[in-house]
Design a protein around this ligand. Sequence first.
Ligand SMILES: [Zn+2]
Length: 519
Amino acid sequence: MTTCGRFSRKQRDQDGGDEPLPLPAGPVSNGEFVPAGETARDRAVDQLIRSSIDDAAARIGLDRRRFLQGAGAVAASLAVFELAACSNTATSRGASYPHKSGQGGTFAAPPPQDTEACQQALAGNGEFIFDVHTHHVIPTGPWVQDAPDTVGLALGMVPAACTDNPQLDCVDRASYLHDLFLASDTTVAVLTDLPNSGPSNAPLPFTEALSTQQITDGLVHGGASRVLVENIIYPNVGALNATLDEMTSAVQSGPPAAFKVYTAWSPTGQGFSLEDPSIGLPTVQHAQDLGVKVFVAHKGLPLVNFDPTFNHPEDMVAISRQFPDMNFVIYHAAWDPSHIEGPYDATATIGIDTLLAALDRHNVPPNDNVWVDLAAVWRQLLTQPDQAAHALGKLLSRVGQERVMWGTDAIWYGSPEPQIMAMRAFQITSEFQDLYNYPALTDEVKTNIFGLNAAILFGIDPTATRCAMTTDPLAANIDESAELRSDGALPSAWTPHGPTTRRQILQWLASPATRWNPT
Ligand SMILES: [Zn+2]
């Protein structure tokens, strides 16, 4: 039976002075690694954002809570991030690199008090948004008892604004459907999971991911599917044949859109290489034989119990030469939060540069069969626009403008909408384009990143999907959702949880327009 969690959401106190910001400077976390603590700089930046928001709200006579739910609050945040980057060194959590003159990344957003202009500038043009990296958990699953480390990992990333009890309800299925499809412009999403070695310790076992897919299909009345699922495999745990058999049965019950591995993880902390002839190579070969042509690996972004020896993207880039008919997706683009992203440095030992160096070493041309997504990378770096410009500039020029895909790690951060708005506004300056040979972030480049690249990889027709959405009750209910939200009846788009109860969300999702009857 499909369950949607308990109705335990508590009433939020909305009158306090610390309503969550749409894009706090820190500490932010994607629920996949233990975040560094909030720095003095983060606190100062958040304080500046709050006073800018108070100021703008006062100028137009809107109460702060209402203002926080609009595009003006995002614009205020982006302006502060840009301002904070205007010092002559780029610093991040204890490290720094010499910064050339001028700025590398800017946000094109109107003044925050001009809420209508902000909405116009940040609301997009109905572009196709395909988020290739999303999460939710099953708060009542056996993993809660059997995988304390993973629970600790997940709880470490549940946003501070979460008031649910148990807290994992903040990242459950109902929250996922709300945050992704009602509170954001996301059209299609790939649902993935945290490291695990089977259903007993998986936060989202494959069968539950399939249930989420089926529920969503029910909500959209047979329109084009809006959730694709990944199957997480663990060929380094137990007998290889067991993994290969599970892959076969996943294809029969799924099929999954991709297989995903955590090469740096196992319950004992021992990783593996995709080049290992007794582990990696037969697994990739089996995926190809099964016709699942997308193979995903988490690289970079160290999690708990990670084996650094196998967190490097080298093995995946190497095997891309042996399997030219397969496509290899490097989640997080090998980005590592402890490394400052600057101009390309071939000697770097962690971070995006290690991926670029591996591509060079193995003669992989741009726009070949190695892909990346921006999950966590964009959310973490958008508060430091120069690093964001370097990260995006390097990935677009070397991995390729047709191989960089939108990913957000939602719903670890709540609704991905603020991330979407920030990307719409983001520009790499002409100065950085000239200095480092980075491409301009034209509308065409952004459209590719937001969805058209992933549509090609996963064989989704973006036009058909959007057509289907015009008759899709989930899409049709977005207006209703916005109205309810402005009355405080639904959680705001920016917060993982909100002023109301889960019951209200579920009742609303189960309205006569839909076929979902949550039990
Ligand atoms: Zn993730």
